[in-house]
Design a protein around this ligand. Structure first.
Ligand code: SF4
Ligand code: SF4
Length: 133
């Protein structure tokens, strides 16, 4: 029992990332969106057509290109020409929280999209992490 308490206490006390910086309103995160099925990004246009049948919300996105790994990139159709969100006050939680240090995000290098005004720093420096007993 004590081991469980110790485990969860360590989780709670473990190093975390803090988001710093600010949004530059470049709109890059709204036009370089990846969708995943399981752990795999969507790479096939037919797959995306099927996704739209499963969930009508996918109609809100258009294919705008491919990344270096062949994954499809999507642009939200609520993005305006001035790079502002057309539904800013009604935007979803994913948009409100971007960029967020979720586990997949950190495994992929913990970096927001290139040029984003946000960045992440650990809440503790490396030395204090090593000194932890
Ligand atoms: S990529 Fe970063 S700076 Fe650009 S609009 Fe998105 S959150 Fe703002
Ligand atoms: S709803 Fe707004 S903030 Fe969210 S992806 Fe679309 S344009 Fe960007």
């Amino acid at each position: 029992m004590f081991e469980y308490i110790k485990f969860y206490f360590k989780q709670f006390k473990s190093s975390k990332f803090i988001r710093k910086g600010k949004c530059l309103q470049c709109g890059k995160c709204c036009r370089n969106i990846l969708f995943y099925i399981g752990d795999e990004p969507v790479k096939d246009e037919n797959q995306f057509e099927k996704m739209k049948q499963w969930d009508k919300r996918y109609y809100g996105f258009n294919i705008s290109g491919k990344d270096e790994n062949g994954a499809l990139l999507f642009t939200c159709n609520k993005l305006c020409n001035d790079n502002k969100c057309g539904v800013y006050f009604m935007r979803g939680l994913v948009c409100r929280n971007y960029p967020k240090p979720a586990s997949k995000f950190l495994i992929n290098g913990g970096k927001p999209i290139e040029g984003c005004g946000f960045y992440f720093e650990p809440d503790k420096n490396f030395k204090s992490y090593l000194n932890k007993t």
